[in-house]
Design a protein around this ligand. Structure first.
Ligand code: SME
Length: 169
């Protein structure tokens, strides 16, 4: 797990909305160089993994071009992961089929959860919708129970909006 320095962790814990505002500015600068999707989804995964504490997996599952009812592993940071996830299965498949953010306090209590990384205890998964079309989901996992709150959901959703606006899919 990547470890932030203590002052960054304190800034994050003291004022999450302000911390995410700083991240949005940094992400805009980071993604300014190119609009290629592999490049930008890779940078986004690494950026979120580095800039938020207590994460063990951050990345994307994309709608599989060979089977549009399933997700295919995309750019990520963390341990090797499951390659295919059918729509409706696990947290990622549920986010894809409902097109709604899934904020899961305890993944072990989530029906059908797919345990790719046994370290994961809580997670947030957001649908990535571009021009009203689902492109995939953004999955962020933590070893800590109940790691994510509404401030994280709001902040991460802003970061995802920036990624979408800077990327050609
Ligand atoms: N936990 C996810 C599977 C993906 S991994 O966490 C990387 C799920 O149930 O959808």
């Amino acid at each position: 797990m990547f470890v932030l320095d203590q002052s960054q962790i304190e800034e994050y814990r003291n004022d999450k909305p302000e911390y995410y505002r700083q991240l949005t500015k940094q992400l805009e600068a980071l993604l300014a160089e190119d609009s290629n999707w592999v490049t930008n989804l890779s940078q986004m995964s690494a950026f979120v993994y580095q800039m938020l504490p207590d994460l063990n997996w951050v990345g994307f599952y994309l709608v599989n071009p060979k089977n549009e009812q399933a997700l295919l592993l995309g750019p990520y940071q963390g341990k090797v992961a499951c390659v295919h996830i059918p729509f409706g299965r696990g947290v990622c498949g549920t986010a894809a089929s409902t097109q709604e953010t899934q904020l899961v306090e305890d993944v072990h209590a989530f029906d059908g959860h797919i345990a790719c990384d046994g370290d994961t205890n809580s997670e947030i998964v957001m649908p990535m919708v571009v021009d009203e079309q689902l492109k995939g989901v953004f999955d962020i996992d933590s070893p800590i129970n109940n790691r994510f709150d509404q401030d994280d959901a709001d902040g991460l959703s802003e970061l995802l909006d920036i990624l979408i606006s800077k990327t050609e899919f």
